[in-house]
Write a new protein. Sequence first.
Length: 256
Amino acid sequence: MEEKYVVYVGTYTHENSIGIHLYDLDAKSGEMKERKVVPINNPSDLLVSKDGRFLYSIADEGVEAFHILPDGDLEPMNKQWIGGMRGCYVEVDSKNRYLFVGGHDGRVTMMKLEEDGSIGEIADGIFHKGIGRTIAERSSKPHVDCVKLTPDEKFLCAVDNGLDHVKIYRIDYENGRMKLADIIRCPLESAPHMIRFSRDGRFAYILYELLNQIEVFSYTLENGQLIGNLPLLCRVFHTLLKTTLLLILINVHPEF
C-alpha cells in the first residue's frame, strides 16, 4: 500500500510566498513535490480538524476556513475577524464546535463554528492583564503564544510568554464561554512558549523559550475539577537547543 499524503505549509507572505503551500508527500521515498500555493495573507499558523474535513488558518484579516477536498486541495470558505490584533495560534475541538485563537496582544478568542465548518461569530474573548518581567522589554506585556485544549477538551491552556503564566480556562460549550479555572505560574523570566500533552493524556510538557528547558507536569481530573499541574521532572534537556525542544514537543512519542 502506497503511503502518500498532502502536506500544508503556512508562511509569512512577504518576498516570495503568497500563502499556504501544498506538497504531495511520498512517505516511502521521502520525496515532496509542491502542487500549488493557495493565496492567503500571512498564514503563520494552521491546523486540520480532527475529522480531516477542514483547515483553519491565521490570516491578517483574522482567521480563515478552508474545505479539504478529496484530493487534498483547499477550497476557501470564509474569513472572520477575531476581535483583536493579529492572531498567532489556532486550536479546534474534536467535534468542530469552536475555534480557539491566541494572539500576541494577549487575547484569547473563542469562535463559533457552523455546521458546514465555516467560522461564525465571536462567542467569547478574554484579554490577559498584567506586567511580566521588566516593563522595558516587549516580553513584559501579555503575549499569548499558544492555546491548547486538554486531552479531555474540558479546559483550554493559554500559554502567555510575557506574563510567565499558563492560564487554564474551563470551556462551557453549551453557552460559548471561557472561565479562568487555574494558573500555572512558571519560573520568572522563563518565557513559556508552547504546551503539548502526551497521547495518553497523563502528562503535559511546557517549553520555556528563554531557559531552553522543558518542564513536565502531571494532568489528572477528578469530579470535574482540575487537580494536576504538579511538576514531575523539572528543567529537563537543559543543554539542548530550543529548535530541538520544539521538535520534541510537536512529536510526542506514541508510547507516551
